[in-house]
Design a protein around this ligand. Structure first.
Ligand SMILES: CC(C)(COP(=O)(O)OP(=O)(O)OC[C@H]1O[C@@H](n2cnc3c(N)ncnc32)[C@H](O)[C@@H]1OP(=O)(O)O)[C@@H](O)C(=O)NCCC(=O)NCCS
Length: 222
Protein backbone atom coordinates (compact mmCIF):
# COMPACT_ATOMS: atom_id res chain seq x y z
CA UNK A 1 0.00 0.00 0.00
CA UNK A 2 1.35 3.45 -0.92
CA UNK A 3 1.88 5.86 1.96
CA UNK A 4 -0.75 8.59 1.96
CA UNK A 5 -1.25 11.72 4.04
CA UNK A 6 -3.00 9.80 6.82
CA UNK A 7 -0.24 7.19 7.02
CA UNK A 8 2.37 9.99 7.10
CA UNK A 9 0.47 11.81 9.81
CA UNK A 10 0.14 8.72 11.98
CA UNK A 11 3.87 7.99 11.56
CA UNK A 12 4.73 11.57 12.52
CA UNK A 13 2.44 11.41 15.55
CA UNK A 14 4.08 8.18 16.69
CA UNK A 15 7.50 9.80 16.27
CA UNK A 16 6.36 12.70 18.49
CA UNK A 17 6.01 10.28 21.38
CA UNK A 18 3.50 10.18 24.24
CA UNK A 19 2.12 13.20 26.13
CA UNK A 20 4.78 14.86 28.27
CA UNK A 21 3.57 18.17 29.68
CA UNK A 22 6.14 19.76 31.98
CA UNK A 23 3.70 20.17 34.84
CA UNK A 24 3.22 21.46 37.44
CA UNK A 25 4.24 24.91 36.25
CA UNK A 26 4.20 27.87 38.64
CA UNK A 27 4.00 31.14 36.68
CA UNK A 28 5.01 33.15 39.76
CA UNK A 29 8.56 32.94 38.41
CA UNK A 30 7.43 35.26 35.56
CA UNK A 31 6.62 38.11 37.97
CA UNK A 32 10.35 38.80 38.35
CA UNK A 33 11.30 37.53 34.87
CA UNK A 34 8.44 38.46 32.52
CA UNK A 35 8.27 37.55 28.85
CA UNK A 36 9.37 40.41 26.60
CA UNK A 37 8.47 41.05 22.99
CA UNK A 38 9.60 43.88 20.74
CA UNK A 39 7.01 46.29 22.18
CA UNK A 40 5.34 44.54 25.13
CA UNK A 41 5.99 42.98 28.51
CA UNK A 42 3.91 39.90 29.43
CA UNK A 43 3.68 39.09 33.11
CA UNK A 44 1.08 37.33 35.28
CA UNK A 45 -2.10 39.36 35.68
CA UNK A 46 -2.59 40.92 39.12
CA UNK A 47 -5.75 42.02 40.93
CA UNK A 48 -4.31 45.56 40.97
CA UNK A 49 -4.54 45.59 37.12
CA UNK A 50 -8.34 45.73 37.40
CA UNK A 51 -8.74 49.41 36.45
CA UNK A 52 -6.97 49.01 33.09
CA UNK A 53 -8.71 45.68 32.43
CA UNK A 54 -12.10 47.25 33.15
CA UNK A 55 -11.42 49.84 30.45
CA UNK A 56 -11.85 47.09 27.84
CA UNK A 57 -13.89 44.54 29.81
CA UNK A 58 -16.82 47.00 29.97
CA UNK A 59 -16.99 47.69 26.21
CA UNK A 60 -19.80 46.03 24.21
CA UNK A 61 -17.55 45.58 21.16
CA UNK A 62 -15.03 43.66 23.28
CA UNK A 63 -17.51 41.26 24.85
CA UNK A 64 -19.48 40.85 21.60
CA UNK A 65 -17.93 37.43 20.92
CA UNK A 66 -16.96 36.52 24.48
CA UNK A 67 -19.24 34.49 26.76
CA UNK A 68 -19.01 37.33 29.27
CA UNK A 69 -21.95 39.14 30.84
CA UNK A 70 -21.93 42.93 31.07
CA UNK A 71 -20.19 43.65 34.36
CA UNK A 72 -20.29 46.76 36.50
CA UNK A 73 -17.03 47.99 37.97
CA UNK A 74 -17.34 45.92 41.17
CA UNK A 75 -18.09 42.76 39.23
CA UNK A 76 -15.32 43.52 36.76
CA UNK A 77 -12.73 44.00 39.48
CA UNK A 78 -13.82 40.73 41.15
CA UNK A 79 -13.50 38.94 37.79
CA UNK A 80 -9.96 40.23 37.35
CA UNK A 81 -9.04 39.20 40.90
CA UNK A 82 -10.35 35.69 40.21
CA UNK A 83 -8.38 35.39 37.00
CA UNK A 84 -5.25 36.83 38.64
CA UNK A 85 -5.42 34.12 41.32
CA UNK A 86 -4.53 31.43 38.77
CA UNK A 87 -0.78 30.93 38.93
CA UNK A 88 -0.11 27.19 38.87
CA UNK A 89 -0.81 24.87 35.93
CA UNK A 90 -1.18 21.33 37.24
CA UNK A 91 -4.65 19.96 36.46
CA UNK A 92 -7.33 20.21 33.79
CA UNK A 93 -8.99 23.62 33.84
CA UNK A 94 -6.06 25.38 35.53
CA UNK A 95 -5.28 28.76 33.97
CA UNK A 96 -2.78 31.59 34.03
CA UNK A 97 -3.59 35.04 32.67
CA UNK A 98 -0.88 37.34 31.36
CA UNK A 99 -1.20 41.12 31.38
CA UNK A 100 0.10 42.73 28.18
CA UNK A 101 1.93 45.81 29.45
CA UNK A 102 2.77 48.63 27.02
CA UNK A 103 5.85 50.42 28.42
CA UNK A 104 5.70 54.20 28.14
CA UNK A 105 1.90 54.40 28.15
CA UNK A 106 0.51 55.41 31.58
CA UNK A 107 -2.06 53.24 33.34
CA UNK A 108 -5.59 54.65 33.40
CA UNK A 109 -5.65 54.96 37.21
CA UNK A 110 -2.02 55.76 37.98
CA UNK A 111 0.35 57.63 35.68
CA UNK A 112 3.41 56.12 37.37
CA UNK A 113 2.55 52.60 36.15
CA UNK A 114 2.55 51.29 32.59
CA UNK A 115 -0.81 50.46 31.04
CA UNK A 116 -2.30 47.01 30.57
CA UNK A 117 -3.67 46.98 27.00
CA UNK A 118 -4.98 43.40 27.02
CA UNK A 119 -4.66 39.99 28.55
CA UNK A 120 -3.70 36.58 27.27
CA UNK A 121 -4.55 33.20 28.74
CA UNK A 122 -3.05 29.73 28.93
CA UNK A 123 -5.54 27.10 30.11
CA UNK A 124 -5.10 23.39 30.58
CA UNK A 125 -7.49 21.44 28.35
CA UNK A 126 -6.10 18.00 29.13
CA UNK A 127 -3.09 16.92 31.15
CA UNK A 128 -3.59 13.32 30.06
CA UNK A 129 -3.34 14.23 26.38
CA UNK A 130 -0.98 17.25 26.71
CA UNK A 131 -3.47 19.74 25.22
CA UNK A 132 -3.41 23.43 26.16
CA UNK A 133 -5.58 26.37 25.17
CA UNK A 134 -4.77 30.02 24.45
CA UNK A 135 -7.11 33.00 24.64
CA UNK A 136 -6.80 36.79 24.15
CA UNK A 137 -8.48 40.16 24.60
CA UNK A 138 -7.10 43.53 23.57
CA UNK A 139 -8.41 47.05 24.19
CA UNK A 140 -9.88 48.34 20.89
CA UNK A 141 -7.64 51.45 21.01
CA UNK A 142 -4.68 49.10 20.56
CA UNK A 143 -6.16 46.68 18.03
CA UNK A 144 -5.05 46.69 14.39
CA UNK A 145 -1.41 47.36 15.28
CA UNK A 146 -0.09 43.84 15.59
CA UNK A 147 0.09 43.86 19.40
CA UNK A 148 -2.18 40.81 19.77
CA UNK A 149 -0.12 38.87 17.29
CA UNK A 150 3.13 39.88 18.99
CA UNK A 151 1.87 38.83 22.41
CA UNK A 152 0.11 35.67 21.25
CA UNK A 153 3.14 34.50 19.25
CA UNK A 154 5.37 35.02 22.28
CA UNK A 155 2.93 33.11 24.45
CA UNK A 156 2.60 30.29 21.92
CA UNK A 157 6.40 29.99 21.73
CA UNK A 158 6.66 30.08 25.52
CA UNK A 159 3.91 27.47 25.82
CA UNK A 160 5.56 25.00 23.46
CA UNK A 161 9.10 25.64 24.69
CA UNK A 162 8.40 25.60 28.42
CA UNK A 163 5.31 23.43 28.92
CA UNK A 164 5.78 20.95 26.06
CA UNK A 165 2.16 20.39 24.93
CA UNK A 166 1.45 18.09 22.01
CA UNK A 167 -1.14 20.52 20.67
CA UNK A 168 -2.40 24.04 21.40
CA UNK A 169 -5.95 25.10 20.61
CA UNK A 170 -8.24 28.12 20.67
CA UNK A 171 -12.03 28.26 20.88
CA UNK A 172 -13.86 31.17 19.28
CA UNK A 173 -17.29 32.35 18.43
CA UNK A 174 -17.36 31.32 14.77
CA UNK A 175 -18.31 34.90 13.77
CA UNK A 176 -15.20 36.35 15.39
CA UNK A 177 -13.22 37.20 12.25
CA UNK A 178 -10.50 39.19 14.05
CA UNK A 179 -9.75 36.27 16.36
CA UNK A 180 -9.84 33.77 13.50
CA UNK A 181 -7.37 35.93 11.54
CA UNK A 182 -5.10 36.01 14.58
CA UNK A 183 -5.22 32.21 14.87
CA UNK A 184 -4.25 31.91 11.21
CA UNK A 185 -1.38 34.40 11.61
CA UNK A 186 -0.13 32.15 14.41
CA UNK A 187 -0.14 29.12 12.13
CA UNK A 188 -3.23 27.56 13.67
CA UNK A 189 -5.66 25.57 11.52
CA UNK A 190 -9.44 25.70 11.67
CA UNK A 191 -10.20 22.15 12.72
CA UNK A 192 -13.89 22.25 13.45
CA UNK A 193 -17.00 24.34 13.64
CA UNK A 194 -19.41 23.10 16.27
CA UNK A 195 -22.92 24.22 15.47
CA UNK A 196 -24.99 25.91 18.17
CA UNK A 197 -22.60 24.89 20.90
CA UNK A 198 -23.38 27.79 23.28
CA UNK A 199 -26.37 29.94 24.12
CA UNK A 200 -25.18 33.48 24.80
CA UNK A 201 -27.09 36.77 24.87
CA UNK A 202 -30.29 35.17 23.71
CA UNK A 203 -28.93 33.34 20.69
CA UNK A 204 -27.31 30.05 19.77
CA UNK A 205 -23.69 30.46 18.85
CA UNK A 206 -21.43 28.32 16.67
CA UNK A 207 -17.94 27.67 18.05
CA UNK A 208 -14.82 27.41 15.89
CA UNK A 209 -11.85 25.37 17.07
CA UNK A 210 -8.35 26.21 15.88
CA UNK A 211 -5.31 24.08 16.63
CA UNK A 212 -1.62 23.65 15.97
CA UNK A 213 0.49 20.58 16.65
CA UNK A 214 3.86 20.81 18.29
CA UNK A 215 5.69 19.60 15.16
CA UNK A 216 3.83 22.15 12.99
CA UNK A 217 4.81 24.96 15.36
CA UNK A 218 8.42 23.71 15.38
CA UNK A 219 8.56 23.54 11.57
CA UNK A 220 7.10 27.05 11.24
CA UNK A 221 9.57 28.49 13.78
CA UNK A 222 12.49 26.76 12.04
C1 LIG B 1 -9.02 39.11 18.65
C2 LIG B 1 -8.19 40.36 18.85
C3 LIG B 1 -7.25 40.17 20.04
C4 LIG B 1 -7.35 40.60 17.57
O1 LIG B 1 -6.64 41.81 17.69
P1 LIG B 1 -5.93 42.50 16.41
O2 LIG B 1 -5.35 43.78 16.85
O3 LIG B 1 -6.87 42.52 15.26
O4 LIG B 1 -4.81 41.43 16.04
P2 LIG B 1 -3.31 41.61 15.54
O5 LIG B 1 -2.41 42.03 16.62
O6 LIG B 1 -2.96 40.35 14.85
O7 LIG B 1 -3.38 42.82 14.53
C5 LIG B 1 -3.62 42.57 13.18
C6 LIG B 1 -3.87 43.86 12.41
O8 LIG B 1 -2.88 44.84 12.76
C7 LIG B 1 -2.25 45.31 11.56
N1 LIG B 1 -0.90 45.79 11.91
C8 LIG B 1 -0.56 47.08 12.02
N2 LIG B 1 0.71 47.19 12.44
C9 LIG B 1 1.19 45.93 12.59
C10 LIG B 1 2.44 45.42 12.98
N3 LIG B 1 3.46 46.20 13.35
N4 LIG B 1 2.59 44.07 13.04
C11 LIG B 1 1.58 43.25 12.70
N5 LIG B 1 0.35 43.70 12.30
C12 LIG B 1 0.16 45.04 12.25
C13 LIG B 1 -2.35 44.14 10.62
O9 LIG B 1 -2.21 44.54 9.27
C14 LIG B 1 -3.75 43.64 10.92
O10 LIG B 1 -4.70 44.49 10.30
P3 LIG B 1 -6.06 43.92 9.67
O11 LIG B 1 -6.85 43.37 10.84
O12 LIG B 1 -6.67 45.12 9.04
O13 LIG B 1 -5.65 42.85 8.71
C15 LIG B 1 -9.10 41.59 19.07
O14 LIG B 1 -9.94 41.74 17.96
C16 LIG B 1 -9.94 41.53 20.34
O15 LIG B 1 -9.43 41.71 21.44
N6 LIG B 1 -11.25 41.32 20.20
C17 LIG B 1 -12.19 41.40 21.32
C18 LIG B 1 -12.06 40.24 22.28
C19 LIG B 1 -12.17 38.92 21.59
O16 LIG B 1 -13.09 38.71 20.81
N7 LIG B 1 -11.22 38.03 21.89
C20 LIG B 1 -11.15 36.72 21.26
C21 LIG B 1 -11.99 35.73 21.93
S1 LIG B 1 -11.81 34.15 21.12
Amino acid sequence: MAAGPDVDRVAAAVADGPPALRFPYDATVLVAKPLRTERLVLRPLEASDAADVYEYQRLPEVIRYLPWPERDRTEGYAHTAKRAAGRVLAADGDFVFFAAVLPGTPATDDSTRDRIIGDFMIRTSSVLHAQLELGWVLHPDFQGRGYAREAAQALLDFTFETLNPHRVQAFLDARNGASAALCERLGMRREATILEEQYNDGEWQDTAIYGVLRREWAAARG
